[in-house]
Design a protein around this ligand. Structure first.
Ligand SMILES: [Zn+2]
Length: 140
């Protein structure tokens, strides 16, 4: 891939971006009941404990469902696919799906977190966001 990853996340606190272009989605784990949440929470939605740890989620999950968006605000070029990916920690996270034709997208397929340029901040500086791409791609 030839994309340039900028360390500034489009949503600080939700996405950690490292200088090498890798990163993780960030969330919380309840120390009382073990539930995980994305994004970060102040209190557990299950047991209301406020004893939460910050966690980095896995970068591979499974596509739970998806949809193709054909109308959007002018900020987004349509059409694009958006989906929910289930991660091993038990969180379901929404994001754009890239790297597939729409008719290649299959519920249940393994997906991987991909850090990619994602718009600009108010000062015009590029931001890094995430998309989901199919895992185990071997296009050489
Ligand atoms: Zn809890």
């Amino acid at each position: 891939m030839t994309t340039t990853v900028i360390e500034e996340s489009f949503r600080p606190g939700e996405l950690e971006v490292r200088p090498d272009g890798t990163g993780n989605l960030l969330g919380s784990r309840c120390r009382s009941c073990g539930a995980h949440f994305f994004p970060t929470r102040e209190a557990c939605a299950g047991c209301l404990s406020q004893d939460l740890d910050a966690v980095k989620f896995s970068t591979e999950g499974v596509l739970y469902t998806y949809s193709v968006v054909r109308q959007s605000t002018p900020a987004f070029e349509v059409p694009y696919a958006i989906g929910y990916v289930d991660f091993p920690e038990g969180v379901r996270i929404m994001g754009q799906i890239a790297g597939l034709e729409f008719d290649e997208i299959t519920i249940g397929m393994p997906m991987t977190l991909s850090l990619e340029p994602f718009g600009e901040n108010e000062e015009g500086d590029p931001l890094t966001g995430y998309r989901f791409r199919p895992a185990e791609v071997t296009n050489d």
